[in-house]
Ligand binder design. Structure first.
Ligand code: HEC
Length: 634
């Protein structure tokens, strides 16, 4: 691949442009449309010739740090291939890349099929007044800019995909140009990531905070566990340059509390809380607004943050994983895949801790862990294997489901006195630190059970392989108070959610019929979920909010561990109250236009459960009832 040196836009005639391109308001830009880029040249004559007689040239700004840009690689490859014989050339510009060899290896990793160049002097992005990746620019045969904007409308916001793609703006523009017609829509808004900002001596510094002294400790403590190479965060936040490139987003996402990911609002304190103190949020704001000074590298924390690579609680007693890799295709909707892992346990056990270790953390977004005694998960896995074709892009162990396990146990699966046929053993999300359960408690796991990990796979724009492991730690001493998962079940009330309702409320209740302690919470809904709240009301009528998730995000489902387990007396009532949005204003709505949605397991169905992790003083399950207590007799 040739260097960016050989690919320079001769646009010096254009007036000097603002360097703060990334900060500019990002609505539809018509900048530079109709302008001639006729001095557009490759550094070597041969290439210039090869382009000059083309019907159109498509320049796409790419960034291998930007999930939106990455998710378009295969679309762009297909377009480049389809249009090459019709006189249209595709060229990529990757302004984030500092080193050519790194650019080449990333382009190879992603299987990019057209040339891509760097833009070290910002000539191209400044010339085109480009602000985002992956913005596309289409030049006609005379090198006049005729289209700028999105490739199509698959995204309505960064990382938020529409369910259907209905507008193919780039292809329309190419078609129009090739047919010598005016481009029907010459400018559209691009959804994507900011292009880098040129270092500017003009940037006024109005803060004493510096990157090395003040920002780096915050990034290390709050962000880097996920935002580092190879982990789940879509880009790294290790260096000054990376931080400056993402500065506006870092400020915005921390201000609006989208990052670090932590969904609960007011409620009880949790052990695994990830939220960030207001003081740090304000420091980030001040540093970004104050000109982002780098400061002295000597002020940086003495050592870079270390990340444990081994098992964090020591070697587990049992490590389970599929016996081959799961292959995940480059693009398409997320895949919810159930991995069936026989435990081979010949005696009942108690699990006192578990750790999930994703094989390829970039793609593993969360897991829900179950055991299954019915054998149905095995059957589904065998069926999926029999139906698989070697050409499937997603292939390997497990079976794909909506959002549950793909089946619900039937009455026949419940045998009197026997363990429950299926049970949840918690949920995991990135950044969750494994810990041992409170003394004397543990999750029961019966002999002969299969562990079923439902893994939510996120795609990253190139094929990936994963083999996620779970490590189980068993109790070494008798467990006096088995941990029991109760479900506050909203399913009976859920039945269906009419189309075009924005605030559809559904509730469920459960009464514990004996004294117990509540340790953890895990609300569960699908795509129409808008908010969810779990409360408990004592027999005397005192109500406590256990957890309140004001903006439900099916992407982040995890077990919330109460910092201080809470006592519940017999006939305490637990409620779950959820609001669903089945209108077109819910970007996650699986139907466009909205359709009535019924309860069920599939992604396109809805569910409502609030799982409670509880113990009582003594063995056996915590007894509970779905019907209210009998009225008191005086
Ligand atoms: C527990 C893991 C985790 C931590 C900690 C975390 N992030 Fe993220 N971040 C993610 C993931 C995963 C995404 C992709 C979006 C999603 O899945 O919600 C993301 C997305 C983002 C985005 C949006 C990127 C885009 O393309 O839209 C920004 C900005 C961001 N993170 C900044 C931060 C900052 C700043 C911090 C620290 C203050 C932080 N994150 C901490 C996991 C994390």
């Amino acid at each position: 691949m040739r260097t960016s040196l050989s690919w320079i836009l001769g646009i010096l005639a254009l007036s000097a442009v603002s360097l703060n391109v990334a900060i500019a308001q990002e609505k539809v830009s018509t900048d530079q449309l109709g302008k001639s880029f006729e001095k557009l040249s490759f550094g070597n004559t041969e290439s210039l010739k090869s382009v000059s007689n083309r019907k159109a040239t498509v320049i796409v700004l790419l960034s291998f740090d930007c999930p939106v840009s990455n998710s378009y690689v295969s679309t762009l490859n297909d377009l480049a291939k389809e249009w090459a014989p019709k006189g249209v050339t595709f060229v990529g510009i990757a302004p984030n890349e500092e080193k050519e060899n790194e650019l080449n290896s990333k382009a190879k990793d992603f299987g990019l099929k057209f040339p891509v160049y760097r833009d070290p002097n910002f000539t191209i992005i400044e010339g085109l007044k480009a602000t985002k990746t992956p913005e596309a620019f289409v030049l006609d045969s005379k090198h006049i800019l005729r289209y700028r904007g999105r490739i199509d409308n698959s995204f309505h916001a960064r990382l938020k995909k529409n369910n259907q793609t209905t507008e193919f703006d780039l292809v329309n523009a190419i078609n129009d140009l090739v047919a010598n017609k005016p481009v029907r829509v010459p400018a559209t808004e691009t959804v994507g990531c900011p292009v880098p900002v040129k270092e500017s001596s003009e940037r006024k510094v109005t803060t004493k905070l510096t990157f090395h002294k003040d920002m780096l400790p915050i990034l290390q403590a709050r962000c880097q566990e996920c935002h580092r190479p190879g982990d789940v965060g879509p880009f790294s936040l290790l260096t000054y340059k990376q931080t400056v490139n993402w500065a506006d987003d870092i400020k915005e996402y921390t201000q609006n509390k989208k990052m670090p990911p932590w969904k609960p609002g007011v409620g009880l304190p949790f052990r695994n809380e990830r939220s960030m103190p207001e003081k740090e949020i304000a420091m980030i704001r001040e540093w970004v607004d104050g000109g982002m000074p780098e400061g002295n590298p000597e002020d940086a924390p003495k050592t870079p943050k270390k990340f444990t690579t081994g098992w964090q609680l020591g070697e587990p007693d049992l490590i389970l994983s599929a016996d081959e890799d799961f292959h995940l295709g480059a693009s398409g909707p997320d895949n919810f895949r159930c991995m069936v892992l026989p435990t081979g346990l010949t005696e009942d056990k108690f699990v006192v801790a578990y750790e999930i270790k994703p094989g390829t953390p970039q793609v593993v977004h969360h897991s829900l862990n179950f055991y299954d005694l019915t054998g149905k998960a095995r059957e589904l896995q065998a069926k999926a294997k029999a139906a698989a074709k070697p050409t499937d892009l997603d292939r390997g162990p497990g079976y794909s489901v909506g959002m549950g396990l793909g089946f619900i146990p039937s009455a026949a699966d419940f045998k009197p006195g026997a363990p429950d046929p299926i049970k949840l053993i918690g949920g995991w999300a990135p950044g969750q630190v494994p810990t041992f359960m409170p003394d004397d408690t543990g999750y029961f796991i019966p002999k002969g059970a299969d562990l079923v990990l439902q893994i939510h796979y996120h795609r990253v724009g190139k094929p990936e392989k994963d083999r996620t492991k779970i490590g189980l730690y068993f109790a070494k001493k008798p467990v006096k108070k088995p941990f029991h998962t109760l479900s506050v079940d909203g399913m009976p009330a859920l039945t269906w959610i009419p189309a075009n309702t924005t605030n559809h409320v559904k509730t469920g209740s459960l009464w514990v019929t004996e004294d117990c302690q509540v340790h953890s919470l895990l609300p569960h809904m699908h795509l129409l979920g808008k908010s969810v709240k779990m409360t408990m009301t004592s027999p005397e009528g005192v109500k406590t909010t256990l957890i309140d998730i004001p903006e439900w995000d099916y992407n982040w489902q995890e077990t919330y561990w109460l910092k201080n387990p809470i006592d519940a007396k017999a006939w305490t009532r637990f409620d779950i109250e959820a609001v669903f949005d089945n209108s077109s204003s819910n970007p996650n709505n699986p139907n466009s236009p909205p359709k009535p949605v019924f309860r069920g397991e599939e992604t396109t169905n809805e569910m409502l459960f609030g799982f409670l992790g509880a113990t009582k003083d003594g063995p056996g399950r915590v007894r509970a009832s779905r019907i209210p207590p009998p009225p008191k007799k005086d």
